[in-house]
Design a protein. Structure first.
Length: 403
């Protein structure tokens, strides 16, 4: 039994908090802290309704997580066992600094991005390894779905099914329909920065870049049907290329509808997705941040979204001298998620693994000091917890391959 400080009060944070309240044997107390206190209070109210008999004690607090000293003050007053960072990737380092100063474990779901450069990579957070090790605390990086469960799937495939993994294709399909002409399923700024960046994949020891959204295939997803998928750069490729020994190729694919891409192209063409500040009526504004203010809040998509997600990994390699293929995936239904915790499946599939990762560390099931990506831990207890906490997975030993 322990205490978790959840930083952020968006779609993902809300799921983490609801799931912690469902898992009150582990999470005795939680504190939901974010920039806007009213959003933390709204989550607390929703938990009272949706998890009515939970003995988990819920606190809320206001914090600007860009300022380490304020996070330190909050940690000192609440005394959590772990900080679950589900604010934005820009806060990763300030929160890691606060954890180091107070000797508290750290977890996040997205790697650090400098606010003024559209580039995400692990080097900034990996640089904290020695410091976390010396402080006898753990930083678990990327405990969402992708990154997160996809890394656990890779560790599981490596442990149980392969002597050598030669290729990994990570497939992320969202067949949800929210009825808006254009909206993003999680933070629009982070989402659009990710999609408009160059694609890249890992092959034979090096990263190969592709023009944004220039590599396209069609895949027939179980329980969803055929969808167009596009090759993207995604952060877990960087750590998996190191941690899955001998892997020759890793690619990441995501579905986008033609309608979504048409809107995105128009917005890009007129400069609305730029992160370069522009002068407007005597004020500096960042077009992408202005666009975010116009788009529907991802948290508001929950009640409107119908359909399913399917996220998983297809592996090819060798077992006992023979070629083997293996596909492991989860299917999640937007409406079922909303009924349970008041959020759509994108937030749900991220928030559940964040709660599970926190549980692994708080319970001492995963015990390593330093900074680690999720695939560096034993996947078995996490796989078991996925089935128990709402993200059951399916296996297929002769899946359609991508070529
Ligand atoms: N691994 C995965 O599978 C996966 C998938 C989806 C998302 N994610 C990650 O999950 C995280 C949360 O996503 P989301 O969709 O929940 O985003 P969101 O709805 O935009 O919520 C972000 C929250 O962080 C708060 N925040 C921002 N800056 C802050 C600061 N300086 N101090 C304190 N709080 C601050 C925001 O406060 P305000 O309400 O005041 O703006 C908001 O409540 C993001 O890092 C995203 O990249 C990971």
């Amino acid at each position: 039994m322990g205490k978790a400080l959840i930083i952020g009060a968006g779609g993902v944070a809300s799921v983490v908090a609801h799931k912690c309240a469902q898992n009150s044997d582990v999470f005795k107390e939680i504190c939901i802290a974010s920039r806007t206190l009213s959003k933390c209070d709204d989550i607390k109210e929703s938990i009272k309704v949706r998890v009515p008999n939970s003995p988990t004690k819920i606190h809320t607090a206001q914090v600007d997580a860009d300022r380490t000293e304020l996070v330190v003050d909050l940690i000192r007053s609440f005394q959590p066992d772990i900080v679950v960072n589900v604010a934005l990737p820009y806060q990763d380092l300030t929160i890691m600094d606060a954890c180091l100063e107070t000797g508290v474990h750290y977890l996040d779901t997205a790697n650090y991005e400098p606010p003024d450069v559209a580039k995400f990579e692990y080097k900034w957070q990996w640089a904290y390894r020695e410091k976390f090790n010396k402080a006898h605390i753990t930083a678990l990086l990327g405990s969402g779905f992708d990154p997160g469960v996809t890394g656990v799937f890779c560790a599981y495939a490596q442990k149980h099914y392969f002597d050598e993994i030669h290729s990994i294709d990570i497939l992320d399909a969202n067949a949800g329909d929210h009825g808006y002409p254009f909206a993003t399923n999680f933070n629009p700024e982070i989402n659009i920065r990710e999609i408009t960046a160059n694609g890249s994949y890992f092959e034979n020891g090096e990263f190969k870049e592709t023009e944004p959204l220039s590599v396209k295939k069609t895949y027939d997803f179980p329980q969803i049907g055929p969808k167009n998928i596009y090759l993207l750069h995604h952060e877990e490729i960087e750590s998996l290329a190191i941690n899955i020994k001998g892997v020759k190729r890793i690619r990441f694919w995501m579905t986008f509808s033609d309608n979504y891409l048409n809107h995105l192209r128009v917005l890009e063409n007129v400069g609305m997705t730029s992160i370069e500040p522009v002068e407007f009526e005597g004020k500096q504004i960042i077009p992408l941040q202005f666009l975010k203010a116009l788009l529907p809040d991802p948290a508001s998509l929950g009640p409107r979204t119908k359909g399913k997600t399917n996220i998983g990994c297809i592996f090819q390699g060798i077992k006992d001298g023979k070629p083997r293929t293996y596909y492991v995936y989860n299917v999640c239904d937007h409406q079922q998620c909303f009924e349970e915790v008041g959020s759509q499946a994108i937030s749900y599939t991220t928030g559940v693994p964040a709660m599970i990762g926190a549980m692994m560390i708080m319970e001492g099931i995963w015990k390593k000091h330093g900074v680690y990506n999720i695939e560096e831990f034993d996947p078995d207890p996490f796989m078991e917890a996925l089935n128990k906490w709402g993200l059951p997975w399916h296996e297929d030993f002769s899946p359609e391959l991508l070529g």
